[in-house]
Design a protein around this ligand. Structure first.
Ligand code: NAD
Length: 371
């Protein structure tokens, strides 16, 4: 196959679909790879590294969309990319189709084959989502700690504390991948950490795998309100798969939080855990309401592009190679996790939750390849 990695065009997106190491693997398997000039620079990979790995560097994205059988990206394709795409072209990337009817209709009209990272499912887990949640969780504490500093509008509480002065308190809502990774960094920096989750079994499991100094509680209104009054840094890390994030903290409850405290609502990409949360960007990441700093960036891992791309390629490469080596039909037939990733094919939606979320069941076809 011809495998291509165009430069991402989404605002401030510095990640890239293929690392030079991944290119080497595709080339070793007999595939030709095309990489757009400068596509890896934002993640610290030069064109020379791609060339050395065996890629052909092409001048513009259009050259890749014109030739490649398999396009490997990071972010969802945008309208200018759909205008370049060809029917049947396999696009392997995050799509998050349910979040945009406009982009979903563009995907259907272009008749691309959309294999979405976020729905590749193995044993009930989403392996291609996990590394980005791990990055965002770890980052949540770092950006939260930064914004606690007085010059950035924070309360001036040094997260680590210092001899004789207590550290900051971190409250983590949701003990999944984001929550666990946030907790690890928070404990490492010396913060006092509490995790709230709705499942007692989950809390028991976390007690077994995380450092012993963490406190746990069931996510219920009394405890939540009590914790809000003392927290310096609050991480929103709740997810109910396929649904909008439940709003755990209303505008009225926001008043319980100390002025100068910081909310990092990682779950903003699914709607956010706070009624006061609204999506922000890396160029303008924070705003203040009721004296509380809100950080609500929807693509947090883009800020640490190098680590994110290395982590992402580790998990996407085996699936990408399977698609390239076997071709679409055989790869999907032999890999149920990859088959779960198929979101659109031949102008139809093939992933039912997306069709339901967008009220597009008329455009839904189950198993269009007859697998
Ligand atoms: N902003 C970003 O850049 C970014 C990056 C990565 C992930 N995310 C988002 O972060 C969110 C969390 O992702 P994850 O991978 O940790 O999900 P996950 O499924 O691993 O964890 C979610 C946790 O929330 C818990 N939960 C559900 N309802 C709850 C409630 N009412 N109170 C407390 N806990 C509750 C679940 O039991 C689960 O433990 C998702 O919305 C994900 O899309 C955002």
């Amino acid at each position: 196959m011809i495998v291509g990695a165009p430069k991402e065009i989404k605002d401030h997106e510095r990640r890239v679909g293929l690392t030079p190491e991944a290119v080497k693997a595709y080339v070793a398997a007999g595939h030709r790879t095309l990489v757009e000039r400068g596509a890896g620079l934002g993640s610290g990979f030069s064109d020379a590294e791609y060339l050395a790995a065996g890629a052909t560097i092409v001048a513009q994205a259009a050259d890749i969309w014109a030739e490649a059988d398999l396009i490997v990206k990071v972010k969802e394709p945008l309208i200018p990319e759909y205008q370049l795409a060809n029917p049947g072209q396999i696009v392997f990337t995050y799509f998050h189709l349910a979040a945009s009817e406009e982009l979903t209709l563009a995907a259907l009209e272009s008749q691309i084959t959309a294999v979405a990272y976020e729905t590749v499912e193995e044993n009930g887990a989403l392996p291609l989502l996990k590394p980005m949640s791990a990055v965002a969780g770890r980052m949540a504490i770092l950006v939260g700690a930064y914004h606690l500093a007085s010059p950035y509008g924070g309360s001036g509480v040094l997260p680590t504390g210092v001899e004789g002065v207590a550290p900051a308190e971190a409250l983590i809502l949701g003990g999944g991948v984001v929550g666990q990774n946030a907790a690890l960094v928070a404990v490492g920096l010396g913060l006092k950490v509490t995790i709230l989750d709705i499942y007692p079994d989950k809390l028991k499991y976390l007690q077994g795998i995380l450092p012993p100094e963490i406190d746990y509680g069931l996510s219920q209104i009394d405890l939540l309100e009590k914790k809000l009054t003392t927290a310096d840094l609050i991480v929103g890390a709740v997810l109910i798969p396929g649904a909008r994030t439940p709003r755990l903290v209303s505008r009225a409850q926001l008043k319980l939080i100390k002025p100068g405290s910081v909310i990092v609502d990682v779950a903003i990409d699914q709607g956010g855990c706070f009624e006061s949360s609204k999506m922000t960007s890396h160029s303008h990441p924070v705003y203040t309401e009721e004296g509380v700093c809100h950080y609500c960036v929807g693509n947090m891992p883009g800020a640490y592009a190098r680590t994110s791309v290395l982590a992402l390629n580790k998990v996407t490469l085996p699936y990408g190679l399977e698609l390239a080596n076997k071709g679409l039909a055989k790869a999907l037939a032999e890999s149920p996790p990859l088959a779960r990733g198929l979101n659109a094919y031949g102008g139809y939606l093939t992933y039912r939750p997306v069709a339901e979320a967008l009220d597009l069941l008329a455009k839904y076809k189950e198993n269009p390849l007859g697998l």
